[in-house]
Design a protein around this ligand. Structure first.
Ligand code: LLP
Length: 424
């Protein structure tokens, strides 16, 4: 992904120091070739006759990236009317979109039905509301039942979604009665079963476990005379954030070897043919992007602090999940790591730590830091906390750069605020 030349980090053939000068910092920079290679890796591993890849828009909803993924044939997992609109703008066809979510309003349901996308139903309440909304609109809607399969991946508890304590999905043992109710409700067409067990999963045996459970449910659905079109096993494949993990992190091929035999055997046993849907986010976009940030100060105190111009307003993962991201001093890539530093952001909270205790070359004010593998849940989880406009995003490809999101201005912080007339 990255190369060294002179003293500067190169990213898809671009000198990142020049990028930082041209576009300013902080700056998210995405490598088009990595993104393309990642989605193609999924496409080439999973044959399109069996599998549809629905990219999880929540990981990174930049329109330029969505357009690129759409042109590669990706569908989409969306979690809100906003994400649905983005996918429509990107040209992803309605029949390849699944509207997910555990708390959908009538407006969300209306939007989904009017757009002709499938809905993953997360509760009986939602099922009944969706039937009423579709009825009112005089339309039919295909649904999947979101299943809580009760499997426990070894990931940070905040990103394990398939545990029975999790808020997502219908409890495993209630799924069949809910399918039966769905079959009876007007304007509802039961089409699939859906689960998503968690994110950043490196030990992929849990995907095998989840597939077994989901396919057992498929068997019970067919035993009761109901039929399906697809099974959606969600996303969750982890990536190597630490240098040492890069070579051993699971690949789409490993995932395929884990789930396809189970999926295909059950289809053979039942004499049926279903589509497999996968919803990868992180493993498509995570490694494609770096966050460039300027060093504002070095402080030699209890620790050696490197204070940069990006904080958890732009990258919340280290703070929220104790996530590890490699840090590179982008203008000194040929210098030996010589000192232990803790890289902190510019947010007014002592927890605003981007990287703890890292060996880096001697860092000085004005140096440029690159935080690696920030394409997933980076910009998409950003905020304006502390009155900081969000940063710009740039797409690079073979030595060319395009701005794909402008830097917000102070004006953007104020835009929607209103002062009551009595205060003026
Ligand atoms: N499908 C569903 C229904 C999901 O909820 C998610 C992610 C995905 C697919 C995509 O999962 P992926 O392949 O990206 O693991 N903000 C956290 C991750 C939250 C994941 C939420 N759901 C992080 O930064 O680690």
């Amino acid at each position: 992904m990255t190369e060294e030349e002179n003293k500067h980090l190169l990213f898809s053939g671009m000198d990142v120091v020049e990028l930082a000068e041209r576009y300013g910092t902080p700056l998210y920079v995405t490598d088009e070739n990595t993104l393309k290679a990642n989605i193609r890796n999924y496409k080439n591993t999973f044959s399109s006759t069996i599998t549809d890849i629905y990219y999880a828009v929540k990981a990174n909803g930049n329109l330029a990236l969505l357009k690129l993924l759409a042109s590669e044939g990706a569908g989409a997992d969306v979690f809100s009317a906003g994400e649905l609109e983005l996918t429509k703008l990107a040209g992803i066809p309605a029949e390849k979109i699944l509207f997910n979510g555990n708390s959908k309003s009538d407006d969300d349901l209306k939007e989904a039905v009017e757009s002709g996308v499938r809905v993953s139903v997360d509760s009986v309440d939602e099922l009944r509301a969706l039937s009423a909304v579709a009825n009112e609109l005089g339309r039919e809607v295909e649904i999947a039942i979101r299943v809580n399969p009760d499997v426990s991946p070894e990931v940070h508890p905040k990103i394990a979604t398939g545990l029975k304590e999790s808020k997502f999905g219908i409890p495993f043992h209630d799924v069949i009665p809910v399918c039966e109710e769905a079959e009876k409700l007007p304007n509802i067409l039961l089409a699939g079963l859906h689960c998503h067990i968690g994110s950043q999963i490196l030990d992929i045996t849990v995907f095998g476990e989840a597939t077994e459970k989901m396919m057992a449910l498929v068997g019970r659905v067919y035993e009761r005379g109901m039929q399906l079109k697809f099974v959606d096993l969600g996303g969750g494949l982890g990536i190597g954030y630490r240098q040492a993990e890069k070579a051993t992190a699971p690949t789409p091929k490993d995932l395929a070897e884990m789930i396809l035999p189970v999926f295909e055997k059950k289809m053979r046993d039942l004499g049926i043919s279903l589509k497999l849907v996968l919803e990868p986010g992180r493993s498509v976009v995570g490694a494609s992007t770096i966050l460039l940030s300027r060093v504002n100060a070095i402080k030699r105190a209890n620790k050696n602090f490197v204070a940069i111009d990006a904080g958890f307003n732009l990258l919340i993962r280290p703070v929220m999940y104790d996530a590890y991201h490699e840090v590179v001093v982008a203008n000194k890539v040929n210098e030996q790591a010589s000192e232990l530093y803790t890289v902190v952001g510019n947010v007014c909270e002592s927890g605003d730590i981007m990287a703890k205790d890292r060996m880096l070359p001697k860092v000085e004010r004005g140096d440029l830091v690159a935080i690696l593998d920030t394409g997933a849940y980076g910009f998409s989880m950003s905020s304006q906390y502390n009155g900081r406009p969000r940063c710009a995003e740039v797409l690079v490809c073979n030595g060319k750069a395009d701005l794909i999101r402008s830097r917000e201005s102070i004006e953007d912080l104020i835009r929607n605020q209103k002062i009551p007339a009595r205060f003026i």
